[in-house]
Write a protein that binds this ligand. Structure first.
Ligand code: IMP
Ligand code: MG
Length: 184
């Protein structure tokens, strides 16, 4: 795909606009607010990709809510999963007895979310649910329930709204595809 001259170099085309993101995040926030009424859910954002999403999502929840973050091993600087998940920076919050909602930017093979969910479940929380802004369902290799999904998207690599390619493009306010190298 040739890059759009109106977009930054390396960006292919906009898949989800910032207005669409804002609208869907508001809906997800309302769902969480309803489902966790009378409790104080702990949103666990998966760094670095989910930082932007968590920041918006928690402001879409009117009731009491906490957040914490965890960093896990990921793709490094490439675009393919390495297949092993390890916690690189742990939560500061004890989660025993808590209602945890893992917040991911995107579920691809499912490996990261499935393994992280199992690791957090071993700590004795009251409940663990999962929320992903993007779900590349067709790419799933490991079964994992995603309880709250923002958008189901095709299997291609995307950036923006927290998602990166080799550390860049997280600051884009929309979700976009990446231009083919040499053609942008
Ligand atoms: P999975 O373990 O294969 O499901 O991959 C999930 C993780 O890979 C996410 O937390 C992202 O950090 C990263 N990832 C997967 N697809 C993309 C993408 O299209 N853009 C940016 N990061 C991605
Ligand atoms: Mg991630």
């Amino acid at each position: 795909m040739v890059g759009d001259p109106a977009l930054p170099p390396g960006i292919g085309r906009v898949l989800i606009t910032s207005a669409e993101l804002a609208g869907r995040v508001r809906e997800l926030g309302r769902s969480l607010e309803r489902d966790y009424a009378g409790r104080v859910p702990l949103l666990v954002g998966v760094l670095n990709g989910a930082a932007v999403f968590v920041a918006d999502l928690m402001r879409a929840i009117a009731g009491p809510v906490e957040c914490d973050f965890v960093a896990v091993s990921s793709y490094g600087s490439g675009t393919r999963s390495q297949g092993v998940v390890a916690i690189r920076a742990d939560l500061l919050t004890p989660i025993a007895g808590r209602d945890v909602v893992i917040v991911e930017d995107v579920v691809d093979t499912g490996r990261t979310l499935a393994e992280l969910k199992a690791m957090l479940e071993a700590r004795g929380p009251r409940s663990v649910r999962t929320c992903a802004l993007l779900d590349k369902r067709e790419r799933r290799e490991v079964p994992v329930d995603v309880d709250y999904v923002g958008f189901t998207i095709p299997g291609q690599f995307v950036v923006g709204y927290g998602l990166d390619l080799a550390g860049l493009h997280r600051n884009l306010p929309y979700i976009a595809t990446v231009a083919e190298p040499g053609r942008a």
